[in-house]
Design a protein around this ligand. Sequence first.
Ligand code: SF4
Ligand code: SF4
Length: 444
Amino acid sequence: MNKIVANVRAAGVVGAGGAGFPTHVKLNSKVDTVVANGAECEPLLRADRYLMTRHAHQVVKGLRLVMQATGAPRGIIALKREYGEALEALGAVVRDCSDIRLHLMKSYYPAGDEFLLVYDATGRQVPEGGIPLEVSVVVQNVGTLYNVAQAQKDVPVTHRWLTVSGEVREPKVLCVPIGTSFEQVISWAGGYASPQEELALVAGGPMMGLVVSPTDVVTKTTSGLLGLPQQGPVVSWMTRPLALAVRRGRSTCDQCRDCTDLCPRYLLGHELQPHEIMRSINYGLDWPTSIITAAVLCCECRLCEAYACPLGLSPMLYYREVKRQLAEMGWKNEVHRRKEYAAHVMREYRHVPVRRLVDRLGLTKYVRMAVPSDEREYVPGVVHIPLKQHIGSPSQPVVKAGDKIRVGDLIAAIPEEALGANLHASLAGVVRQITEGYVVIERE
Ligand code: SF4
Ligand code: SF4
């Protein structure tokens, strides 16, 4: 293992923009291109833009380190054309670099999806159901690159930059210790701006995020925390029970195909047609099965339900449930693996502009609010650090109750021979408790 990869592994770096895949594993591959994902396509989120603007040097340094580790002669930073300040800051850093270029994207949703991003930035099509490595590309979120650069200075991942927005008094981008409760983070943003009982908390963005409890905590992959109206479209979609969605789908889907015609994966050329799964499930047809198993190609961007369907139906929920059942059955995807396919001729014209999506989601008022960055150091009284914040096995505690620790000390390690990530203390204090899922640290 080369030194860059070893440092990234030791520092517990995981994919900051997605499900938390351990970064050192990705860095152990050989590719010809590294793409930095700065698209930040979820409405309301701003933390990646902040990092690209204020820490452009660190982001580019992280990109260079990943290029070095993977042997890639080329680096591309993909971000939206409208990210003026970030564009300026990154442009100044890479001005004299012959091996790194900026790729400017239109503001469409979901521009940050890996398949779309790789196609837009390099012209290469990742095989259906595959990963960018198969076309000699590694994609890293800009937040991950920032952490990669920190890892080379022996600074582990202990904090997370995230956006707090929606119905809060002081929307902002701030840096918080991992394991901090969401209710504590909301209080650092001035508290709720509307009665709490009328709101739901969403972790992540309004499209792909999840409704969470105030006692849940910030992890390495928490990109945002939003206070949104319970009765608004975002929360209603996120909490709609599957049975209700199927009942409505059965009685109202008129097979207009709008969900298919705007599905970003279909437009990229994947064999995924959401109107077909509606038909199959609504009418109890389970043939041909490839219509059902195409669920594995759905990236759960929610565009079909939140924007495309005139009736607000949700092919995505159908696909999600099918994926769950296929995983339970141990089904392996050997069907949807096409390597050669072409993007739809209308793709360019069918992108969904973020501006229009925001309007449809009822979020225009929040998008217009100023979201300044807050450089203060926030220190909670207690953190509950989850042992599993990444893809792979949970980390194994290496501390015990009563131990005194400092910020950055290793508290849980990757189990031997397993895929995983190290965890470090985000708060100086005493280990109060180790449960099956958490290490609890109290400030002294
Ligand atoms: S857009 Fe809605 S109504 Fe039209 S086919 Fe898709 S799910 Fe059915
Ligand atoms: S969520 Fe809907 S629009 Fe998005 S990829 Fe899946 S089927 Fe297509």
